[in-house]
Design a protein around this ligand. Structure first.
Ligand code: MG
Length: 169
C-alpha cells in the first residue's frame, strides 16, 4: 500500500524540476496540477517563476497541460489565459482517466513518457498511478487550513515517510 501510493519523485518546488531531469528520466510530457503546486489557491494568475519555468519546458520540447479539480470555467481558464496550454478543470482526480486521456491526446503524448505533477498524494499521485504514469510530488505551497485538508495530509504522512526511507536506502 505504501509503495503503491509513493510518488516516483519528490521535489521541494515545481521549478526544481529541471529539463535535464525530465529528459534523463524519459519524461516528455507533464500533466500539472495548479492549486498549491504552481500557485496558492488565492492567486488567480501565474507568477514570474511559473511563467519562466513553463517557457523553459516549452523551449525544450516538453509538453504540458493543466489538470485541475478546481473550476474549469473560472480558476483554470484565468490561470491559463496568458499561457494557452491545454487545460482541464473539474477533472475529478484521482478518477481522472478521461481527462488524462484528453490531455495526452492534445499533447500527442503517451502514458509511458508522461508524468503527473502535483501536491497531493490521494489526488494527483493517485490520479497518475491509476493511469500508469510516473508521478512527481511537491509539497503544497500554502495549504488550506480546513479539517478536510488536515485529515488528508495526516493520511499522506506514512507514505512520505516510506518514500524518504526508500530513497535513502
Ligand atoms: Mg493541488
Amino acid at each position: 500500500m505504501l509503495d503503491y501510493f509513493s510518488p516516483d519523485y519528490y521535489f521541494e518546488r515545481f521549478d526544481k524540476i529541471s529539463v535535464d531531469f525530465l529528459k534523463e528520466n524519459g519524461i516528455k510530457t507533464l500533466l500539472i496540477d495548479i492549486d498549491n503546486t504552481l500557485a496558492p489557491y488565492q492567486q488567480a494568475e501565474p507568477d514570474e517563476r511559473v511563467l519562466a519555468w513553463l517557457s523553459e519546458l516549452k523551449e525544450n520540447g516538453i509538453g504540458f497541460a493543466f489538470v485541475s479539480n478546481n473550476s474549469g470555467g473560472v480558476r483554470v481558464k484565468r490561470f491559463n489565459k496568458s499561457i494557452g496550454a491545454p487545460a482541464y478543470g473539474d477533472s475529478c482526480k484521482p478518477f481522472a482517466k478521461k481527462t488524462v486521456t484528453r490531455a495526452l491526446s492534445a499533447l500527442s503524448g503517451d502514458i509511458k513518457s508522461s508524468a503527473f505533477l502535483g501536491d497531493q498524494i490521494f489526488t494527483d499521485v493517485w490520479a497518475g498511478k491509476r493511469c500508469g504514469m510516473k508521478t512527481i510530488l511537491v509539497p503544497p505551497i500554502n495549504d488550506l487550513k480546513n479539517p478536510f485538508f488536515a485529515f488528508k495530509r495526516l493520511l499522506e504522512k506514512p507514505i512520505l515517510k516510506h518514500y524518504f526511507k526508500k530513497s535513502i536506502t
